[in-house]
Design a protein around this ligand. Sequence first.
Ligand SMILES: [Zn+2]
Length: 263
Amino acid sequence: MIILGVLGAAFGSFACCQAWRVRKHDKSPRSHCMNCKYQLKWYDNIPVLSWLMLGGKCRKCHKKIGVAEILSEVGLAAIFVLSYAFWPLKCELFSNTFETAKFALFLGELVLFAILFIYDARWKEMPTAVLIAGGIVGALFFGTAIAKTWYYWGLSWEIFANVLGALLILPGFYYLLYKVSKETWVGSGDAILCVPLALMLGNFWLAMFCLFLSNMIGSVIMLPVTIAKKKKHAMIPFGPFLIIGFLVVYFCQSYFMNFVSGL
Ligand SMILES: [Zn+2]
């Protein structure tokens, strides 16, 4: 868990930096202060600690770095640890190759989601290249899950029917909203982001819960904000809520499935 926490913090720092780099088309090999161009030394790049020691300011020009940096580091560290703690088949982790591969892909996907989360929260859109990478990792995760099922139990049509259901509920529904509303209700990025979510959940019901939960969390958080701003048509970054909803459903999937089977 400690190793995962440290890894998460490092990748959280990477994700925040990448969000800015994608935005600014910055391909410089080393990170620098955006105000005075001071090139960061290794000791300025230690996740969480550097930020705390510098008080969230640039070492040279003392301009504030912002809280997004430390929030993404602490946040991703916490989610990496939670991913292990709440992994649905924890008993098979690190003993079953398929399950371990799924876990590694899941963590990789979390890094991409972190970039999208930060980007969408800040600029209210999501970069296509990162969305596509997310789709590819999601497809690899699904492929590994299929390979595992095929290896141990053989394939059945139900697996594909279930993932098809998930794809119809999440990206299908969002694509429909996007088309019908001519991009005024949801953006195309939301529909693309839903593809890996559906592939990783791999189940119609879980996708349904993810849709419900994301919208509920989004409404609860954004409604007061929208009212306070007195705007009827406020732009709301929806990607972060989809990601939060997905994580809750993924980690508590046995609970949600028990609920469904009890209906
Ligand atoms: Zn500076």
